[in-house]
Design a protein. Structure first.
Length: 337
């Protein structure tokens, strides 16, 4: 088979599309013949050596989310069968490959009516947005929420899921992406030409209850977007951290959110990480992902795919993500000759 790998940290030039041995499923695992996989900011951070734990080591095959056909199962596998189309999240990455082995408890059936690329775009982004809103921020109908980077992969999901939960939504994006933000249900704010905090407070009538920060950017004090009564703030993404060393990243994080540790009104919500949540509660993971798939099939959740690329063009995908060239999710299509 072929797969993507980087043997050292660096720019997009370290990404290789190379030959590899076909993996064999261990007991309790199923092997997927991959149809589509995704690119995420976590992949970019890992490639640059800015991630953490096992996923910051090399050599590494990136890719957190995959959809494929089960072509072989290991001993003890009873919940899936050969020929099924399944979706999964991979907690040690490895999805940007033509074949991958996954524990059966993390495989979720993809509805027939759902395109494989759309399903892939829902896995990491949809679960992250849902867990952020409902597990970390514990949003309530009637609240007001401000979402930064609202045209990104997680942002597009967060805007829609917040609307479905009965929230009033405001979203920031660059000028060319504002129409998408509005289409998805948020009041759009141009972070390049407008005073973001002033605009949030004007549109919301005095500030919001919740801020969901996709950028990790302390150029803007997002606490000032909250109402005078206080509220909750959650950092989900860290686009602004790309290229920084760990010490600078830590200082930037503290600079952005230290205020919450000394405030009674303003609270910093903790998300943890999706692999930990899913590992501790696989039933929640499977049920939530199935519900998200059904929302797409029923027309209640729109999937935004910025670009579909052959897997061997992954370097272009990483470049597009880092340069904010597209909205939504970048999808890789596995190539088999």
């Amino acid at each position: 088979m072929k797969k993507v790998v980087f043997n050292k940290h660096g720019g997009i030039e370290v990404l290789e599309f190379t030959e590899a041995s076909l993996p064999e499923p261990a007991p309790g695992e199923a092997r997927l013949k991959v149809i589509t996989s995704g690119i995420s900011w976590a992949d970019v951070m890992a490639r640059r050596g800015q991630y953490f734990g096992e996923n910051n080591k090399t050599p590494k095959t990136p890719g957190y989310d995959v959809v494929g056909i089960v072509d072989k199962v290991g001993d003890g596998v009873a919940s899936v069968r050969v020929g099924q189309r399944m979706a999964a999240i991979l907690f040690k990455m490895g999805g940007n490959s033509e074949y991958v082995c996954i524990p059966q408890q993390f495989l979720v059936t993809v509805p027939e009516a759902l395109d494989s690329a759309e399903a892939t775009a829902v896995i990491l982004n949809g679960l992250t947005a849902y867990a952020s809103l409902h597990r970390a921020l514990k949003v309530k109908a009637g609240e007001k929420i401000f979402v930064t980077n609202a045209a990104g992969g997680v942002g597009t999901m967060a805007v829609q899921l917040a609307k479905l939960a009965g929230l009033e939504v405001y979203g920031s994006a660059s000028t060319g992406k504002l129409s998408l933000v509005k289409e998805l249900g948020a009041a759009p704010i141009d972070y390049k030409t407008e005073d973001v905090i002033t605009r949030v407070r004007e549109l919301s009538g005095g500030g919001v209850d919740v801020v969901m920060d996709m950028a990790g950017n302390n150029e803007i004090n997002l606490f000032d977007a909250l109402s005078d009564k206080g509220g909750r703030i959650l950092m989900v993404g860290a686009v602004a951290f790309v290229g920084m060393n760990p010490r600078t990243m830590f200082k930037k994080f503290v600079g952005s959110y230290a205020r919450s540790f000394f405030s009674r009104k303003e609270k910093f919500a903790f998300f943890g990480d999706l692999p930990t949540i899913a590992t501790k509660d696989p039933q929640w993971y499977r049920q939530t992902l199935s519900e998200l798939f059904n929302l797409v099939v029923n027309g209640k959740l729109k999937v935004v795919i910025g670009k579909r690329l052959p897997m061997q063009e992954i370097a272009q995908g990483h470049h597009m993500l880092e340069s904010s060239a597209v909205s939504g999710k970048i999808i890789l299509e596995a190539q088999r000759n």
